[in-house]
Ligand binder design. Sequence first.
Ligand code: G
Ligand code: G
Ligand code: MN
Ligand code: NA
Length: 253
Amino acid sequence: MKLENGLRTSIENEQLQIVYQPIINLQTTRVAGLEALLRWEHHELGNISPAEFIPIAEKNGMIITIGKWVLETACRQLGEWQSDGFSELCMAVNVSTRQIYEKGFSESVKVILEETGVNPSKLTLEITESLMQDHNFSTHVFKELKEIGVQLSIDDFGTGYSSLSVLSSSQIDRLKIDQSFTQGMLGDGKTQSIVKTIIDMGANLDLELIAEGIETQEQEETLRQFGCQYGQGYYISRPLSAEKVDMYLFAKS
Ligand code: G
Ligand code: G
Ligand code: MN
Ligand code: NA
């Protein structure tokens, strides 16, 4: 109850923040984009993980307001970095199932893109696999989002139960290989085969592949050799505050 009440006032109290984790092109090592990750600094309880408060926000409907705030803030921030000269930079934003199912979701995405002046193709919406449960509905919303021109990415790919038919529908642009595969592949032959298979499948289906949770040089090197295009993880960079992203981008360019 305490968390729930706190969440209601978290935006106006400026307790919500976004940190940005760099995503690099593994083949060229250049920065390709950033994933926006929400953080809640509670005045008494300290940092609360989105894994803890997003489910609460989904239940009480606050996710709609919070989700809009995240999209707006991340797009506005992307617009600033693009104006600073990083014009090809992309932004990935996590969206929850409940948000997507809300009437008018795609319209609100469109409005935010117009207001912030961000090219739709530079925004990726990350969707977890569980959304694929209601195939008919997701197909309909995905179609609207594709008409706007945003990229769609399946997050934590391989841990849920998205059917392969979703991948053949031409609505999905990217797959994010779940970090459990990245971190397991060097110690386990079968996990490594799964990673290879996902990367090959991605290439065959014209999907962009992003490996998550890269924590060592060896993992990065292996994924590069397997032909994975993009990667992110603590070894590349931890999630950074907006100010630190500025420094990161200038240092890398
Ligand atoms: O950043 P971290 O590992 O703490 O994130 C934990 C979980 O919260 C991840 O599954 C991540 O996708 C999710 N998450 C982070 N930011 C957001 C957000 O803005 N919206 C939604 N819906 N989920 C988020
Ligand atoms: O579900 P999603 O993939 O959006 O969640 C991303 C989460 O993973 C974020 O909370 C982020 O902080 C976390 N993360 C990012 N890179 C790494 C990493 O290299 N190792 C681990 N353990 N977590 C990571
Ligand atoms: Mn994600
Ligand atoms: Na993920």
